[in-house]
Design a protein around this ligand. Structure first.
Ligand SMILES: *[C@@H]1O[C@H](CO)[C@@H](O)[C@H](O)[C@H]1NC(C)=O
Ligand SMILES: *[C@@H]1O[C@H](CO)[C@@H](O)[C@H](O)[C@H]1NC(C)=O
Length: 287
């Protein structure tokens, strides 16, 4: 698929005007998504430049250097690059801002020289990558009763994209061992030193490590997790029972207390109501 796309791009580039079939070296350029990049152009110092034509797969822009102190004339012919490109003096290198995935691909600069009446070509292959986020580690461990445990660690990065490599680094006695893979299987036996692991994910524009994963807590006491869980379960059940008893006792006490106060409180209420009625009567009418 990738090869086919490449071939198509190459064919389109050949079809585009200004392409010459000579074997010009292609400069590999990597850039970060939404950041910027310069495609550096080299112009012979003693030559006067007629114009420079930049191509992506179609003509991108034409730059005509100004006479003496005059600024250069720039015509951006591909609307996708409008407002995002500039041509840096003195060599008119192409500077692209806010890169998108679609900006990946082949670029070419055709420099037409006035004095020698020849054209030179410079070609670039731009690849755009996202900066990687911190790798996520999943730990699967199988517990064997006497033999310690076998651990498998898996490393992944969200929206990783292309050309990502993973490596696991383990530390033991100040020595580090690198294992080039996203998955790592290891084992731990009682009496072994405590091991720590970290995963590093890299792509051409970034490299980022995960937090340190200590293997010890997973394996130190094979019976520990289940025993602990049972203990907590019992404790929770006991506490719940205690809480129920307390609620029941409080409820009973409340009912009893309510019965005792009911009679005097009712009398008081009736008295209050009478007093209110008396107060309302002498109020003069507003009408
Ligand atoms: C960069 O381009 C994206 C679309 O590709 C756009 O949504 C965003 O607003 C642009 N950012 C700037 C700072 O121009
Ligand atoms: C751990 O791995 C070893 C081989 O490396 C295997 O013989 C053993 O059975 C494994 N133990 C468990 C509990 O999976």
């Amino acid at each position: 698929m990738g090869a086919l796309l490449w071939l198509l791009l190459l064919l389109r580039l050949q079809a585009a005007e200004g392409y010459s079939g000579d074997d010009v070296d292609t400069e590999e350029v990597v850039a970060v998504l939404q950041e910027s990049i310069s495609l550096r152009l080299e112009i012979p110092a003693d030559e006067e430049v007629e114009n420079i034509i930049w191509f992506s797969y179609v003509r991108l822009a034409t730059v005509v250097p100004g006479k003496e102190t005059q600024p250069a004339t720039v015509m951006v012919t591909n609307p996708r690059y409008e407002g995002r490109v500039s041509f840096l003096d003195p060599s008119y290198s192409l500077h692209i801002n806010n890169l998108s995935w679609e900006d990946s691909g082949l670029y070419q600069a055709q420099v037409n020289l006035r004095t020698s009446q020849i054209s030179t070509m410079q070609r670039y292959n731009l690849r755009v990558y996202r900066r990687l986020s911190e790798p996520r580690v999943t730990v699967n461990f199988e517990i064997a009763q006497e033999d310690g445990c076998n651990i498998s660690l898996t490393c992944s990065v969200e929206k990783a994209g292309l050309d990502v490599t993973y490596s696991w680094i383990s530390w033991e006695d100040g020595m580090d061992t690198v294992h080039e893979s996203s998955a790592l299987s290891t084992s731990w036996r009682p009496g072994d030193d405590a091991l720590s692991y970290t995963c590093r994910a890299s792509n051409p524009v970034s490299s980022i490590a995960s937090r340190l994963i200590p293997a010890g807590p997973f394996c130190a006491d094979p019976g520990f997790p289940s025993e602990k869980a049972t203990y907590f379960c019992l404790l929770a059940k006991g506490l719940l029972l205690l809480l129920l008893v307390v609620i029941l006792a409080a409820g009973l006490w409340l009912i009893r207390a309510q019965k005792q106060c009911q009679t005097p409180r009712m009398r008081k209420l009736k008295r209050n109501r009478l007093r209110l009625k008396k107060k309302e009567k002498p109020r003069p009418s507003l009408a």
